[in-house]
Ligand binder design. Sequence first.
Ligand SMILES: *[C@@H]1O[C@H](CO)[C@@H](O)[C@H](O)[C@H]1NC(C)=O
Ligand SMILES: *[C@@H]1O[C@H](CO)[C@@H](O)[C@H](O)[C@H]1NC(C)=O
Ligand SMILES: *[C@@H]1O[C@H](CO)[C@@H](O)[C@H](O)[C@H]1NC(C)=O
Ligand SMILES: *[C@@H]1O[C@H](CO)[C@@H](O)[C@H](O)[C@H]1NC(C)=O
Ligand SMILES: *[C@@H]1O[C@H](CO)[C@@H](O)[C@H](O)[C@H]1NC(C)=O
Ligand SMILES: *[C@@H]1O[C@H](CO)[C@@H](O)[C@H](O)[C@H]1NC(C)=O
Ligand SMILES: *[C@@H]1O[C@H](CO)[C@@H](O)[C@H](O)[C@H]1NC(C)=O
Ligand SMILES: *[C@@H]1O[C@H](CO)[C@@H](O)[C@H](O)[C@H]1NC(C)=O
Length: 431
Amino acid sequence: MGQDAFMEPFNDTLGVFQCKLYLLLFGACSGLKVTVPSHTVHGIRGQALYLPVHYGFHTPASDIQIIWLFERPHTMPKYLLGSVNKSVVPDLEYQHKFTMMPPNASLLINPLQFPDEGNYIVKVNIQGNGTLSASQKIQVTVDDPVTKPVVQIHPPSGAVEYVGNMTLMCQVEGGTRLAYQWLKHGRPIHTSSTYFFSPQNNTLHIAPVTKEDIGNYSCLAKNPVSEMESDIIMPIIYYGPYGLQVNSDKGLKVGEVFTVDLGEAILFDCSADSYPPNTYSWIRRTDNTTYIIKHGPRLEVASEKVAQKTTDYVCCAYNNITGRQDETRFTVIITSVGLEKLAQKGKSLSPLASITGISLFLIVSMCLTFLWKKYQPYKVLKQKLEGRPETEYRKAQTFSGHEDALDDFGVYEFVAFPDASGVSRVGFPSG
Ligand SMILES: *[C@@H]1O[C@H](CO)[C@@H](O)[C@H](O)[C@H]1NC(C)=O
Ligand SMILES: *[C@@H]1O[C@H](CO)[C@@H](O)[C@H](O)[C@H]1NC(C)=O
Ligand SMILES: *[C@@H]1O[C@H](CO)[C@@H](O)[C@H](O)[C@H]1NC(C)=O
Ligand SMILES: *[C@@H]1O[C@H](CO)[C@@H](O)[C@H](O)[C@H]1NC(C)=O
Ligand SMILES: *[C@@H]1O[C@H](CO)[C@@H](O)[C@H](O)[C@H]1NC(C)=O
Ligand SMILES: *[C@@H]1O[C@H](CO)[C@@H](O)[C@H](O)[C@H]1NC(C)=O
Ligand SMILES: *[C@@H]1O[C@H](CO)[C@@H](O)[C@H](O)[C@H]1NC(C)=O
Ligand SMILES: *[C@@H]1O[C@H](CO)[C@@H](O)[C@H](O)[C@H]1NC(C)=O
């Protein structure tokens, strides 16, 4: 292996050019250049650390000398080892720790220990037509790798939103020079009006907790040589009830009014968002008396058992941890002739419905003709028709069961009447 294999002599025109450029910039050209890939190297305690060094020159050389020194702040530099040509002269005190294979100037430290942290200086001297010298400094840090963090949460039993606070503590067994970061759904958390960090960031304090704080939290601990993330932790936050609503499996719903056919059983479902799940109770109001008729999220009303044609119900959702509750009232109207059946008849065009439909169509047509004649510019009428509120059309769809209420204008009107009167007759319950 020739000397040129591990050196980069500037014996080409580019090297000379580089030297001239160097001369121009720095006012001196030693003809010897020593480079290191990085001026800071982070090492792991107990492992080997390699400090790579490259050098090159463009003069004939008889002797190549390499010297390694070590310095720590406020101490004298120490000689570690040196070489001339291929022979190494170590400091006997450190000879088992430092290795160099000249003319390769790179240094191997094995094993690396905490006292080895500091600055390593490499100096290269070339003896030829005069003496050329160049040196570099490498800062070495020594760390223990981070072990997997463990997050402790306080209080572990959970906290009630807007009342309780929560503290997440990140604990790491091993590792030096630790920096902590908190992640929610994998993204860093920043200080906010409810998030507070300890000076080292290893503790996250949430005061007060809210429903929005529910999520997947983790702690990321890192140092120059490693990083580890904790398992995901999900704080328990009690909240609700929110968004209470009642739905039914059948029957028509308009606002708080459900319309059911006589003889049909209808199942009501009460739901609200909360943690822990709410306890539900159902209350029936007759005249001025109320009574709890059932506990649980579902209520079945068999319409033949309902004495009255119109009954008010209340569904009450209660969260026994937050102590909050919410209730919603609704009215059930039992009709002797189901609206749905009428709508279906209209659809299948039974003779009665057809006749009524045709009659209505004729009436509407006559009205339209009259209007058209009265307000000649056709556009005015068109605008009027098109200007109908969209909600009205949607209602029409609900009642008639048709996809497009515009296609079935007559039927829509026909079906809409009984319900509109029903709603106005009953009215909405107060509160
Ligand atoms: C120095 O030796 C190391 C192996 O010990 C090698 O990886 C490196 O490339 C060598 N450097 C030069 C300039 O030859
Ligand atoms: C180093 O090597 C050169 C030529 O390769 C030789 O002239 C010189 O004497 C050597 N120096 C030492 C100290 O061995
Ligand atoms: C040595 O350097 C001087 C000036 O720096 C130069 O004049 C001379 O030619 C050089 N000799 C060799 C052998 O390169
Ligand atoms: C939650 O923290 C706030 C502010 O840090 C404090 O005023 C309040 O007393 C704490 N509440 C509880 C239940 O610890
Ligand atoms: C704590 O984290 C914040 C960013 O969330 C960062 O700006 C700060 O430097 C960190 N403090 C420490 C001691 O790591
Ligand atoms: C939170 O973690 C659980 C399991 O650990 C996962 O099922 C869920 O999708 C995660 N949620 C988000 C928003 O990342
Ligand atoms: C709270 O309600 C849940 C059901 O949602 C029940 O299991 C639990 O025992 C109740 N706790 C108290 C203290 O009443
Ligand atoms: C219901 O109570 C109100 C006063 O709270 C009273 O005026 C009304 O007569 C009562 N109605 C019946 C049917 O008892």
